[in-house]
Design a protein. Sequence first.
Length: 263
Amino acid sequence: MMLSEGASRFYETISQYESVAVSFSGGLNSAYLLATASRLLPGRVLAVTFVTPFIARSELIQAEDMVRQLRVLWQRIPLNVLSDDRVSSNSTRRCYWCKRMMYRTLKDTAEEAGIEQLVDGLDADDVNEPFFPELDAAAELGIAHPIADAGMKKADVIEDAMRVGLGKWNTRDHTCLARHFPRGQRLTKFGISRAEEAEKLLAAYDLGDCRLRHHGNLVRLEASPEYYPRILAQKDEIYTRLKKLGIQFVCLDLAGDAAPKYQ
């Protein structure tokens, strides 16, 4: 498989760094970024993972597996993002305040380690979203987006990740657990924890990129129409298991994966 122009630009950018601190969530983009940095800048990479209620435990396990494979320096930093009412109130600026807390901590951690360059795994699809307030926080605190700056979209990341042997890594988009709730619905540790358990339960049914959106004790199931027959064939079991989590109503969103997402 040939190296794409975007990947070539990305590698060139990383190679020019003296050292780098990577905001590492455990998803595909940040894994691809971290793997590339560790290969091109051996011994000069710090991975930082923020432990918040919004990141699933399965992702933390993935992140730990990855840093062990790469043998890079890693810091896990707990952040109580729900303590900030600007985050827990779940307003339209939630992502800005949450990311600002993370990026501020990343900057402080990197400075203590003597590292100036700060990067995250945003791609060109992310930065071209019409509403992406975390970009403001990144700009204010000097966080670079080398994947996006190289013009690489999500599909480009997947393609090059497969080329370099990361093909079996997680290609499913891991969304922040807060995005399972409509704006204005207050975020609590209980609600977030239940959303995590519900997603874990749903993943066992192999329904593609299926998601649950939470509206109090009602959940709305988003899935591609091709999975509707499988969902309906197992609806009683799915409902029974979700009910054990305290969920009373389970609805199938007929808009499927075209349904508006909570940003």
